[in-house]
Write a protein that binds this ligand. Sequence first.
Ligand SMILES: NC(=O)c1ccc[n+]([C@@H]2O[C@H](COP(=O)([O-])OP(=O)(O)OC[C@H]3O[C@@H](n4cnc5c(N)ncnc54)[C@H](OP(=O)(O)O)[C@@H]3O)[C@@H](O)[C@H]2O)c1
Length: 334
Amino acid sequence: MKKRYNLAVVGATGAVGQEMLKVLEKSSLSVNKLRLLASKRSVGRSLKFKGSRFKVEELKKNSFSGIDIALFSIGASLSKKFSPLAAKSGAVVIDNSNAFRMDKNVPLVVPEVNPETIKKHRGIIANPNCSTIQLVVTLKPLYDAAGIERLVISTYQAVSGWGKEAVDELIGQSKSVLAGREAQVNKKILPHQIAFNLFPQIDIFLNNSYSKEEMKMVYETRKILEDNSLKITSTCVRVPVLISHSEAVNIQTKKKLTAQKARQILKKAPGIKVIDEPAKSKYPTPLLAEGKDFTYVGRIREDISHPRALNLWIVSDNLRKGAALNAVQIAEIL
Ligand SMILES: NC(=O)c1ccc[n+]([C@@H]2O[C@H](COP(=O)([O-])OP(=O)(O)OC[C@H]3O[C@@H](n4cnc5c(N)ncnc54)[C@H](OP(=O)(O)O)[C@@H]3O)[C@@H](O)[C@H]2O)c1
């Protein structure tokens, strides 16, 4: 008989948590008991799953008894407190925050890239950052074919990557501006007006003048590809898009890889769809990727300034492959 699992979705009311429920509905995982956890503020709410409504409970130390798999999508400090408790009570935690990603005892997993690392877990498995996941899904087949020396990355990241409050900020500010009013900026959520604007800041700035998001891409990519010699530089930009991150990536390979060969390799790669007919204006866009499971790649071309480099445009739904779907894929492998 197919085994049925007791699942907890921690942060179920959040941007990622809500997507997690949608992905779980379609998953091959057979759910026995489902526990939805969030803050005290959400007690009294209920959320729909497979046609039934489930009550949201307050996250507490003893929330995990009998739970087999706990899918965490809350901030890093709360994850640091509650994930070890969940693991101690016997659950395997799949955590979306950055609390454990660089811990050498915690596998950092993208199923298309390094599924073999899942079995090394000691109770906690980390999901990478959304901008890293779509990048490594695309890099892995090219890395295997030609090796990679250096990456130059520029991102165009949707507001949903910063949670549900940032989504409300973009919508609210856009309505104000269109009604001829000034956009209200709540600096606790985003540092500047995002409606009809963009800014090169995601998360805080570090001592080396890079933002934390930029350095996450560097460290996480090296860990997942198991290559600390990989040279990476990144600029992360928040744009007024609701869902899906886009990335312009310059890849310097060790062996020459033509654009045609790269296209062939990517067309066969797991989790990727190539859309690359620029003459017909066909290339991936955030709206095209929204709600889909694939990482979309287009604008594949040889870099005219370097004999062994390619330029790529990579787009994926940050809430799905960038968070919820990746976590559920890990749970399915488990
Ligand atoms: N958004 C993305 O694209 C993305 C991608 C990858 C990883 N992540 C990571 O996933 C995590 C969640 O992100 P998100 O975008 O879903 O954020 P969000 O929309 O702000 O949701 C936060 C969730 O955490 C809950 N929460 C907040 N304070 C809590 C508390 N004291 N106790 C229990 N639950 C609490 C919230 O519950 P209430 O509704 O009750 O406040 C809500 O369910 C973050 O660590 C983020 O870095 C996000």
